[in-house]
Design a binder for this molecule. Sequence first.
Ligand SMILES: [Ca+2]
Ligand SMILES: [Ca+2]
Length: 497
Amino acid sequence: MKIYPAPHRLANVLFFESRYFRLALAVVFLTMTFADASVDAKEGGNPQRPNVLFIAIDDLNDWVGFLNGNPNVQTPNMDRLAARSVVFTNAQCPAPACVPSRNAMFTSLHPTTTGMYTNGCGNFRKAEITKEAVTLPQHFMQNGYRAEGVGKITHSTDTASWHEFGKVTAEKHLPNHEGYWQHWGMLDVEKEEMVDWKRAQWTVGRIKKGLPEPFFLACGFHLPHVDWHAPKAYLEKFPVDEIELPPINLDDYDDIPGRENSGELFKKRYLDTGKAKQAVQGYLGCIHFVDECVGQLVDALDDSQFKDNTIIVLWSDHGMHVGEKLRYGKFALWEESAHAPLLFSAPSLGIEPGRCDEVANLIDIYPTLIDLCGLPKRDGLDGISLMPQLQDPTTERASPSMTSNRQYQNTLRTKRWRYIRSQDGSDELYDHDHDPNEWRNLADNPEYASVIKELSAFIPIEQAMDLANSPENVARREASQKKQREKKQTVKKGKSK
Ligand SMILES: [Ca+2]
Ligand SMILES: [Ca+2]
């Protein structure tokens, strides 16, 4: 069975009459223009280089209109942005957790290179391998860009990566604690009180004020990260009795080695109690809210002098299970955790709107933006530029995307397959052409041995040691846990008085 077809053969198309040729001409022209202008850029900016509006969303899975991941979702603003973008319908995260995914995106270094697999990996500036890393915005700064940002881009703000970083503080809302570790509910507050709204307004303010060009302006939203709380009006748009649950298979774990069947427990906890629908309501409400925040940015840009010279990138750091595969949360190597929205809007650079079904990875954003903006390339990045797919979304990609959540615990995704190999050597194979919910594990079926063999060849033999287990990170975690325990005891004592 052949998984990776031969590279795109231009001889098979009427190249000189093709859209590809026109785009290639545009890119050659832009590259020449920017190559000539790079000196000017270092000497105080070059207005001809495109600006970048970089929109990061947290824990947003494929429940957006433009990925068709949920029938009830309302994302009109992201959908209208997608309509003028190249949407990567099969983008995958480097790791299904905030810290490692963002660190990898920011440095274009995969977790298997850095050892940053989990949230316990710590700040990338404290790791030997990345302490001197030139991050995505730093590379832009080094090439004459003004870099500003606000909100959650990396887990803790890297001051070396920004000329200015907005300080927008969150209001403390009292949440309605329901469910288990997930909390969802309605807030009796105005949208203007929400921290994401304030982050959007900060960014709108920078656009209106007129940033020096070229600029790299980043806005990172917190929602729909848990807690799934949004102002009442946003959740009320999704009445619980009208909510459709995602496809759920209570026997799903029967064919996964080493996993207990938790179908019964899931049914008892979430389906029988009605919490499954409440959770979906919370998630949908938060997505709808963040969508409106994104709309503020797009409108501000469209009303500004930067409209025709600004690339918009929108991405989420990974996905989220909202009942799929009998779970709530991320930290898994299945589709709902690993898949993330990713789009690039650059019509003024000749990038025509389209949909690319080839795989992509968030670590590809860095080299792609380098190419889109005509900046000097950087050696040593793990990401692969998506420029060929932006120019022609049907361009095939030669290698799979890899997501890792532990050392030697990886998943590879191609357009058709997902292959998961765990630390203990057990594995799973899913055929997305026939099983988009990843319910039927084909790994033990000899018919697919050749698929597994071909995919396995892409798993790195050497994978960086898990930094979460370094003595420094273990000590930091223990100190933090001790502090939490002490805090709880103090509260307990206070209550008993
Ligand atoms: Ca996240
Ligand atoms: Ca299954």
